[in-house]
Design a protein around this ligand. Structure first.
Ligand SMILES: Cc1ncc(COP(=O)(O)O)c(C=O)c1O
Length: 384
C-alpha cells in the first residue's frame, strides 16, 4: 500500500545529507569535546563549526547559542531559567498565551506551583495573540513574556516584533518558541527584540533529540541543570556531537532552499484545500487558523460532520498520516487546547484534522490522497 506522510509538524524525515554527515562523525574517532587530547579537540571542532553555521543562519553570535536535547528542553530552559533569574530582581509574574505548546504551558504551570503568578492571554479566532493584550497584562512584577511564533496546530503566526517591542519598552524579558517556524522563516536575531528563542532539529529534517536555545548576550538566566561547564555553564553534559553536526547540516540545507521551500509548501497547502473541496463536494471544509497569516506548511481543517477520530483512523488505514494536533491519552483523543482557545464551535472542534507538509511531498501525492479522503468521507457519511 502506498503511504502518504502529511505530519511534518510532528517530525520530519531526516535529509539524506544530514544522515551522511552524522554517520561520518559516528564512525570517526568519537572523542569527548571536553577532552584535552586530539580526539577531544576534533570533537570540539565539530561542535564549534556547527555552532558557527547555525549562528550565521540566525544572525546571532555563536556564544549566544546553547545546544539542548530539543524544543521541549529549550522552552523549559528559557522559561524556568529566565523566571528564576528575574525572581532575584523581585519579578515573579509571567505572561503567556492559552495557545502555546505544552512545553511552555506545562512549564508555566510548574512555575505557578513554585510561587510565580502566570497570566494566560486569550487568542483570537485564528489563534493569534494581540500585542495590546500583552501590554495591558504587564505589571511592575512582570519578568517574562513567552509567546510562540508559528502555532504548531494551526500554523497561525504571532506578531513577535510588536510583542517584543512592548516587552523591551517595559524592560521585560521575551522568549519566543520558534520550533515550527525555524527553517521556513528567516531570523536576524540581533535585530529582533527577543531575548530567548527555542529551536528543534527534527522539525527541519535534522535528527531527533537535538535543539538549541538562543540567549541574547547579557540576558539574565539561571541554568536548569547543573554539572560540567559545557555550553558556558548554561547547559552541562557531554554534547551530542553527531546530532549537533546533523542539526547544522539541516540548517545549512534550509538556508540554501528556504525561498523555494516556502513557495512549494504554500503551493501544496493551497492545492490540498482545493483538491479536497473537489473530492468532497458535499462536505463543508473549514480552515481553522488564518490562511493569510500562517506558516506555509501547516493547515488545520474541519470536515464538518465527520469526527476527528473516525477521520484519522480511516486515513491511517488508507496509509495517510495526519494528526489531530492533540494528545492521545488512554485511547481517546482529547480535544485540542489550541482550538478550544480559539473558541471554535463544537462541530469544528470535533472534526478538526491537521495536515503538515514537507520534504518529499508532491502535488501528485495530494491528488491521490484527496481522492482517498473523498472515498473515506462517502463511506463514513453513508454509515452515519
Ligand atoms: C511549537 C513547539 N514547541 C516545542 C515543541 C517540542 O519540540 P521537541 O519535540 O523537539 O521537544 C514542539 C514539537 O512539536 C512544537 O511544535
Amino acid at each position: 500500500m502506498k503511504s502518504y506522510y502529511f505530519d511534518h509538524a510532528a517530525t520530519t524525515p531526516m535529509h539524506p545529507e544530514v544522515a551522511s554527515a552524522m554517520l561520518t562523525i559516528m564512525q570517526g574517532s568519537g572523542g569527548n569535546p571536553s577532552s584535552m587530547h586530539a580526539f577531544g579537540r576534533e570533537a570540539k571542532l565539530q561542535v564549534s563549526r556547527a555552532r558557527d553555521t547555525i549562528a550565521a543562519a540566525l544572525g546571532c553570535k555563536p556564544t549566544e547559542l546553547v545546544f539542548t536535547s530539543g524544543g521541549t528542553e529549550s522552552d523549559n530552559a528559557a522559561v524556568i531559567g529566565a523566571a528564576m533569574a528575574m525572581r532575584k530582581l523581585g519579578k515573579t509574574h509571567i505572561i503567556t498565551s492559552t495557545a502555546e505548546h505544552h512545553a511552555v504551558l506545562h512549564t508555566c504551570e510548574f512555575l505557578s506551583r513554585e510561587g510565580f503568578s502566570v497570566t494566560y492571554l486569550p487568542v483570537d479566532g485564528t489563534g493569534k495573540v494581540s500585542p495590546e493584550d500583552v501590554a495591558a497584562a504587564i505589571t511592575p512584577e512582570t519578568g517574562l513574556i513567552t509567546i510562540m511564533h508559528g502555532n504548531n496546530e494551526v500554523g497561525t503566526l504571532n506578531p513577535i516584533e510588536a510583542i517584543g517591542a512592548v516587552a523591551k519598552a517595559q524592560g521585560v524579558l521575551f522568549h519566543v518558541d520558534a520550533v515550527q517556524s525555524f527553517g521556513l522563516l528567516d531570523y536576524r536575531l540581533q535585530q529582533l527584540p527577543v531575548d530567548f528563542m527555542s529551536f528543534s532539529a527534527h522539525k527541519i529534517n535534522g535528527p531527533q533529540g537535538v535543539g538549541a536555545l538562543y540567549i541574547a548576550n547579557g540576558t539574565p538566566f539561571e541554568p536548569i541543570a547543573h554539572g560540567g561547564s559545557q555550553e558556558r555553564k548554561r547547559r552541562p553534559g557531554t554534547e551530542n556531537v553527531a546530532g549537533i553536526a546533523g542539526f547544522a547540516k539541516a540548517v545549512d540545507i534550509c538556508v540554501n532552499n528556504r525561498a523555494e521551500k516556502q513557495l512549494s509548501m504554500d503551493k501544496l497547502r493551497k492545492e490540498w484545500i482545493e483538491r479536497l473541496k473537489t473530492a468532497l463536494p458535499d462536505v463543508e471544509i473549514v480552515v481553522n487558523g488564518d490562511e493569510n497569516n500562517s506558516l506555509p506548511h501547516i493547515i488545520n481543517l474541519s470536515f464538518i460532520g465527520i469526527d476527528t477520530e473516525t477521520m484519522l483512523m480511516s486515513l491511517d488505514l488508507a496509509g495517510i498520516a495526519a494528526s489531530s494536533g492533540s494528545a492521545c491519552t488512554s485511547g481517546a483523543l482529547e480535544r485540542s487546547h489550541v482550538l478550544r482557545a480559539m473558541n471554535l464551535s463544537e462541530e469544528r472542534l470535533n472534526s478538526a484534522v491537521r495536515f503538515s507538509f514537507g520534504l518529499g511531498n508532491t502535488v501528485e501525492e495530494l491528488e491521490d490522497a484527496a481522492k482517498i479522503v473523498g472515498t473515506i468521507s462517502a463511506r463514513v457519511r453513508t454509515n452515519v
